[in-house]
Design a protein around this ligand. Structure first.
Ligand code: HEM
Length: 406
């Protein structure tokens, strides 16, 4: 079958694509690097050079609300029943463009300092050790449920200042809200996300009120107090920021631990190399972020008509940037389908680029380095117990579970 026929048979919403997108990325990069896909009603961009060019180009944005109203775009007003959910995107930096983005990111940056991240190092290490202490005597665990999920949630809760006894619902709230970033959320997913947004918002209002009365040494207090040029975060912005930090801060981290460890199991020489050479831990983490990128796709809007190579993105059209594909582009990474934990030049874009570059990258790197180093040190005989399944999602790439013996 010709490449064009193969491409016309591909459905980017299919189960086949969700389970293993990489062969399809290869085809897209080779034969249709910038292509409009009807099934998504979006442009799809798959080469590293193009994805990074668009991320750096201010003619594209995560939102277009500041340029065209919904009415101008022929869309109905946002429905009232979704308020609790829409409030989050309307008030967080994630879905804003400059100058609103610059203002919000600046205020959060003031509170989320390198010192605050560094101060978490001991808590990250002791949480990792405590989680492994709990399973040590069993000789087996589900790396996701027992380690990869609780570690980042605990760290973000610690960072924000959510008391231990109140952390129970955080993971569920966050996972339910994040499901809305999939390509086509179902009505059930939407209902659940609105419910989670409502409950989470109510909880954070209470926590913020407590911190206003009784400041503590945590990020919630710092956000309440953050001020720049007489400007502060509004209550809605404060809530939306806390929820963004929890969502952004753990879903991807969880899946780098899961996907990364699974990649090492499938490449036993690399697993052994890492076990025998702890000094490779830092470059191993970068390679695992690249190799099976946890957030495979981010969207941008064309804020104006843009001539891009030989196509024109029309104002308001959406563009799916395939981060997972860019990170496997042979024009940028020699031997891209190999896991090479010693890879020295590794400009992957797992944390994006440009004005939306991941605000939590230093914290994520610290957590991942501690997670892999601790797993390798504590369980030198780690083996895969059962072939895992990938979750049924396109944007967030992660495993259902990862059963191991040690
Ligand atoms: C391995 C872990 C992580 C990965 C792979 C990751 C990835 C990303 C990516 C790709 C973006 C940019 C999206 C875009 O360009 O449209 C982003 C944004 C962001 N991330 Fe992360 N992230 C991780 C961990 C974290 C952590 C731990 C935090 C904070 C606690 C965090 C907070 C944020 C925030 C606040 C933004 C929005 C920045 C903005 O819009 O200006 N992330 N992240």
């Amino acid at each position: 079958m010709s490449a064009q026929n193969l491409l016309s048979e591909i459905d980017l919403r299919s189960r086949e694509f969700r389970v293993d997108p990489y062969p399809i990325y290869d085809l897209l990069r080779q034969y249709a690097p910038v292509v409009f896909r009807d099934e998504l009603n979006m442009w799809v961009v798959s080469r590293y050079a193009d994805v990074t060019a668009i991320l750096r180009d201010r003619r594209f944005g995560r939102t277009i609300d500041h340029v065209l109203t919904r009415e101008q775009r022929g869309l109905p007003p946002k429905p009232q029943y979704r308020r609790a959910f829409d409030m989050l995107s309307e008030n967080s930096m994630f879905d804003k463009e400059p100058p609103d983005h610059t203002r919000l990111r600046g205020l959060v940056h003031k509170a989320f300092t390198p010192r605050r991240v560094e101060n978490l190092r001991e808590a990250v290490q002791s949480t990792a050790d405590m989680l492994l202490d709990e399973v040590q005597s069993k000789g087996s665990m589900d790396v996701l449920a027992d380690f990869a999920v609780p570690l980042p949630v605990t760290v973000i809760a610690e960072l924000l200042g959510v008391p231990e006894e109140e952390r129970g619902p955080l993971r569920n709230w966050s996972q339910t809200i994040v499901a809305m970033y999939e390509l086509a959320p179902t009505a059930d997913q939407e209902r659940a996300a609105i419910q989670a947004a409502t409950e989470f918002t109510e909880y954070l209002h209470k926590l913020a009120a407590q911190r206003r009365q009784q400041p503590k040494d945590d990020l919630m207090t710092a956000l309440v107090e953050a001020e720049e040029a007489g400007d502060r975060l509004s209550e809605d912005e404060l809530i939306a920021t806390c929820i963004l930090l929890l969502n952004a801060g753990h879903e991807a981290t969880v899946n780098v631990i899961g996907n990364g460890l699974y990649a090492l199991f499938r490449n036993p020489d690399q697993l052994r190399l890492l076990q025998e050479n702890p000094s490779l831990n830092t470059s191993a983490v970068e390679e695992l972020l690249r190799y099976d990128t946890p957030v495979q796709l981010f969207r941008r809007f064309a804020l104006e008509d843009v001539l891009f190579g030989d196509v024109t993105f029309r104002q308001g059209q959406e563009i799916a940037l395939l981060f997972g594909s860019a990170n496997r582009d042979p024009d940028r990474f020699p031997n891209p389908d190999a896991v090479d934990i010693s890879r020295s030049e590794n400009p992957h874009i797992a944390f994006s680029l440009g004005v939306h570059y991941c605000l939590g990258a230093p914290l994520a790197r610290m957590e991942l380095q501690i997670a892999f180093a601790t797993l390798m040190r504590r369980f030198p005989d780690l083996v895969l117990a059962q072939e895992p399944q990938y979750r049924d999602s396109v944007v967030i790439r992660g495993l259902e579970s990862l059963q191991v013996n040690f």
